[in-house]
Ligand binder design. Structure first.
Ligand SMILES: Nc1nc2c(ncn2[C@@H]2O[C@H](COP(=O)(O)OP(=O)(O)O)[C@@H](O)[C@H]2O)c(=O)[nH]1
Ligand SMILES: [Mg+2]
Length: 621
């Protein structure tokens, strides 16, 4: 770590308490790795995949798909029975029809768990169960056309109470400009729904991942989302509004519920749309626990399955929306007013614990409450002969208990209901996540507040983001700052141009660059990095001129002296999209840094504090 070009900051989150840890298996003193002991990867729950055998070139594609599907340990288990006809019952987690005929197809439930339609109420498919309980499941590679068909079917639903649907388009702000948004007008036209739609409300989701880089940063983020909408042709009356939110931490959700309730008269059903992984199912579940759904909905509707792997939701899921009558609006306002007066001290121990958990996860947090709750009836325990299938709450391997029976809505309760639908995502093409295995996706997809990592590079220096992206500083007069915004679990490696090719050759697939993982065999099937030249002109040492977005692996904000002309060469794996985002998402991100780490290109990191939206900051803390 004595020379420039030896900075490796893997899993780096806090500036304090770092210590160098020699890289495992490194030749003495050749390379060093710096990890933060308090930020280690959560243990993998399922045993590692056994070493793959060598794959001949013509079988490369099949082998790559096999790897992405995941290890045998997570594969569907249990007996299938092709003689049993599909159930006609949907899995509440993913929407697929439950069946026991084919273990590799959606909706599979082993034959011995399958009690026919009567015994499947509340049961989830094996894949959703594995995702909920094991954190992983065999990956289903449905053709994008199938997801599209389900979305088109949702758009073609007849108007409700004579009104077209309100589209709640969920986009992941870290993925701006959303590559799927421009497809929305095309999809609407294909569904013949363009004229009937009551409007598109765009939710910029996952704002909890982004640090505040200066005053009015949320306003800037909103403008970026609006600009993406405008580029996609969504403007004027078609755009019902833009809101920033975090489906995960609750930030912006009470405001979103109020906004949705205001559209009650104008709209029929509400459809959650967007790219895979943007957080639709997470938002669906958050709305299911809010004032937006009928008070009995959480007891009658199981939550959607959420997972970091694209393509989890396979068909439509729905809950009934509550009618926001004047009385209910009044009661809700009163509750919100009372809640806003609370300080952290006034929260129950359980609430405090949950809030602290969320603050650790994200920069922006919001508390979501419920006004219209039914008092819980005491549960009646009796023998249930239908208890043959999985419920999402039960572990069939370990728990002999019966699955919790979901309540059912009566015909009268839902006959006039407006419904909120979760839909399968629209697949992102040219996305690096499509090339990765489950374990790799877990490392690449940021799940916690992203801590910016800034490096100062001179011309002729190179920055690697794992083995998924590379930026060469080809030409320029002065050093420039490169702020990496990516999962804290992905390593960043800085080196010189003379060494970069050899480093990639030697370490791609290995621990130093971490992702992809699986050694030379893995790299044989992984597409090579392909370059694209980028010319930028600096606008000052405190404001980034552009972000270089390395597909969905993350991005690098480039900050350079005013009028400094830089020539960069950025690389992403062949077939994935490299985007130069101008203006950058967080223009002042480079200032979120500590002191320079002596003798390296790296700065110490800083984690700005988290903010809770609807909680008084006064009170003794
Ligand atoms: N940090 C963060 N992660 C989110 C948020 N919403 C969803 N996620 C994560 O993104 C991944 C995909 O979420 P999911 O709801 O399944 O996306 P969908 O494919 O659009 O339904 C999961 O790992 C979620 O935990 C959010 O607001 N913030
Ligand atoms: Mg989903």
């Amino acid at each position: 770590m004595q020379r420039l070009g030896r900075a490796l900051l893997g899993g780096l989150v806090r500036a304090r308490a770092w210590r160098p840890v020699p890289r495992r298996g490194a030749a003495s003193g050749e390379e060093e790795q710096f990890v933060f002991p308090e930020y280690e990867l959560e243990p993998v729950l399922v045993p590692e995949r056994s070493e793959a055998v060598a794959v001949a070139a013509p079988r490369r594609k099949a082998a790559a798909a096999e790897r992405r599907r995941g290890p045998a340990a997570a594969a569907a288990t249990g007996r299938s029975d092709p003689s049993v006809s599909p159930s006609g019952v949907s899995c509440p987690g993913c929407g697929a029809e439950l069946q026991c005929r084919d273990g590799a197809a959606p909706g599979f439930l082993p034959a011995d768990k399958y009690g026919g339609a009567a015994g499947l109420r509340g049961a989830v498919c094996q894949r959703c169960w594995l995702l909920a309980h094991r954190g992983r499941a065999p990956r289903l590679e449905l053709p994008p056309e199938q997801h599209r068909r389900a979305v088109l079917a949702a758009l073609r639903r007849p108007p409700r109470h004579g009104r077209g649907p309100l589209l709640l388009y969920v986009l992941d702000v870290t993925e701006l400009p959303d590559a799927v948004l421009p497809q929305l007008p095309v999809l609407l036209a294909a569904a013949g729904a363009a004229a009937a739609v009551a409007g598109v409300l765009v939710v910029g989701n996952k704002v909890d991942l982004l640090p505040r880089d200066g005053p009015r940063h949320l306003e800037r983020l909103r403008r970026r989302v609006e600009a993406a909408c405008a580029r996609a042709g969504l403007r004027g009356a078609a755009l019902a509004g833009v809101r920033l939110a975090s489906a995960k931490t609750g930030f912006g959700l009470e405001g979103l519920v109020s906004r949705l309730q205001r559209s009650w008269r104008a709209a029929g059903d509400v459809l959650l749309l967007g790219a895979t992984n943007s957080g639709k199912s997470t938002l669906f579940n958050a709305l299911l626990r809010s004032d937006y759904c009928k008070s009995r909905a959480p007891d009658a509707v199981a939550p959607a399955t959420v997972s970091p792997w694209p393509g989890t939701t396979l068909d439509l899921l729905k809950f009934p929306i509550i009618n926001p009558t004047c009385d209910r609006i009044f009661r809700r306002r009163e509750r919100l007013k009372a809640e806003a007066e609370k300080t952290e001290d006034q929260l129950s121990d359980e609430e405090k614990k949950y809030l602290n958990h969320l603050k650790k996860q994200g920069y922006l947090v919001g508390r979501v409450g419920r006004t219209f709750q039914r008092p819980k009836a005491s549960p009646v325990v009796d023998f249930d002969p239908d208890m043959l299938s999985y419920s999402v709450d039960e572990d069939p391997g370990h728990s002999p208990q019966k699955r919790e029976e979901k309540e059912e809505f009566t015909h009268n309760e839902v006959k006039d209901a407006r419904w909120c639908f979760d839909t399968p995502g629209i697949a992102k093409e040219n996305c690096v996540l499509n090339l990765l295995t489950e374990e790799e996706v877990k490392l690449v997809l940021p799940t916690r507040a992203i801590v910016p990592r800034t490096f100062i590079l001179k011309p002729e220096m190179v920055l690697f983001l794992a083995a998924l992206g590379r930026i060469d500083y080809l030409q320029g007069e002065k050093p420039a700052w490169f702020s990496v915004m990516a999962s804290n679990l992905l390593p960043v490696h800085v080196t010189t141009m003379s060494k970069a090719d050899a480093i990639y050759e030697k370490y791609a697939g290995k621990e130093l660059l971490k992702v992809p993982m699986g050694g030379e065999e893995r790299m044989k099937e992984f597409p090579p990095l392909v370059p694209q030249d980028i010319a930028l002109e600096g606008i000052g040492t405190t404001e980034a001129v552009a972000d270089i977005k390395l597909s969905s692996a993350g991005w690098v904000a480039v900050t350079a002296h005013a009028q400094e002309k830089l020539l960069l060469r950025a690389y992403t794996p062949e077939g994935t999209a490299l985007v130069v985002r101008e203006p950058p998402l967080l223009p002042y991100v480079c200032n979120i840094r500590g002191a320079r780490i002596v003798g390296t290109a790296a700065y110490r990191t800083k984690r700005p504090p988290s903010l809770v939206e609807n909680l008084k900051t006064t009170g003794s803390r």
